[in-house]
Write a protein that binds this ligand. Structure first.
Ligand SMILES: C[S@@+](CC[C@H](N)C(=O)[O-])C[C@H]1O[C@@H](n2cnc3c(N)ncnc32)[C@H](O)[C@@H]1O
Length: 274
């Protein structure tokens, strides 16, 4: 085991391509493996080399996140290379290296003191970044668009939309601690086209939104009330919806919505009203 590990570590030490910023996925795989195997090998020399390597790779990641933050502050679409590199339809609903990328760049601090939710309201879990990248690619958002994320949690969707497109993005979230964290993030990075409102989605003003995003924030009667309110908006003007997670099934059955493309129950789904 030690010999195989030693050879692998020597390979990683000599692999200059692993130091290229875009090779984040490969670095994270190497870091996972270092953590998993080197610690358990019991070989002091190997452990020391693994430690140097780990610090080296983590420093490259830190520099990548700092560069991304700087580029966001300069108003650039910092995530463009990762969005452009996205497969046509990203598979599965789990998290991957793009979530490390986004949370590293946005430097979000997750509050641990959040109130329990009433029935039919779903606890915070972020949309996997690759599905947000897919939304950005497929929705072709322009400066007239206003994306409203209902139940926005820490605000990753509005932050990425406002960073990567010309649209405005509004997060509506009932948990104040999440709203403060999201506002802090937008302020730190100078992202003025993302804003966050602390309120129940049933009480939000929908009049400016052109695209509603829902990652299953609620179910049952709460979802019914919000969908009815969006439907009333849709009777006045064209609008779109994007969904992710179990709520897609319920929303796909709404007769006033037409799917844009095939409805992917596992991934992102896009709908148009009317
Ligand atoms: C599954 S998370 C989605 C987070 C975010 N939209 C994302 O995709 O990264 C659901 C969020 O909805 C919020 N939420 C639940 N019920 C709500 C309601 N009635 N009004 C506003 N926010 C609500 C929760 O606090 C939680 O942060």
């Amino acid at each position: 085991m030690s010999r195989v590990l030693l050879e692998w570590i020597a390979g990683i030490e000599g692999d200059a391509s692993l130091r290229e910023p875009m090779r984040l996925r490969e670095r994270l795989v190497a870091l996972d493996r270092l953590e998993l195997h080197a610690q358990s090998s019991g070989d002091a020399d190997l452990l020391a080399r693994a430690e140097v390597l780990r610090a080296d790779l983590e420093e490259i990641n830190r520099r990548l996140y700092t560069a991304l933050r700087q580029s966001i502050r300069e108003g650039q679409n910092a995530f463009a290379p990762w969005i452009d590199a996205l497969e046509v339809r990203p598979e599965g609903d789990g998290y991957d290296y793009r979530d490390d990328l986004v949370s590293g760049a946005l430097a979000l601090d997750e509050p641990d003191d959040v109130a329990p939710l009433p029935p039919e309201m779903v606890f915070y879990q972020p949309t996997p970044a690759r599905h947000i990248f897919e939304l950005i690619r497929r929705a072709a958002l322009g400066e007239r668009d206003v994306v409203m994320d209902l139940g926005s949690g820490l605000g990753i969707v509005p932050m990425l939309v406002a960073t990567a497109t010309a649209a405005r993005a509004v997060g509506v979230e009932r948990e104040a601690a999440y709203v403060y964290a999201a506002r802090r993030c937008a302020q730190n990075l100078g992202v003025v086209r993302a804003s966050f409102e602390c309120r129940d989605a049933r009480e939000a003003d929908f009049s400016a939104a052109t695209l509603f995003y829902l990652y299953t924030p609620f179910t049952g009667e709460v979802m019914r009330a919000v969908l009815d309110a969006i439907r009333r908006e849709a009777s006045r003007r064209p609008l779109r919806m994007a969904t992710f997670g179990p709520c897609t099934k319920m929303i796909a059955a709404e007769s006033w919505l037409c799917a844009e493309g095939e409805v992917d129950m596992e991934g992102l789904a896009l709908f148009r009203a009317g």
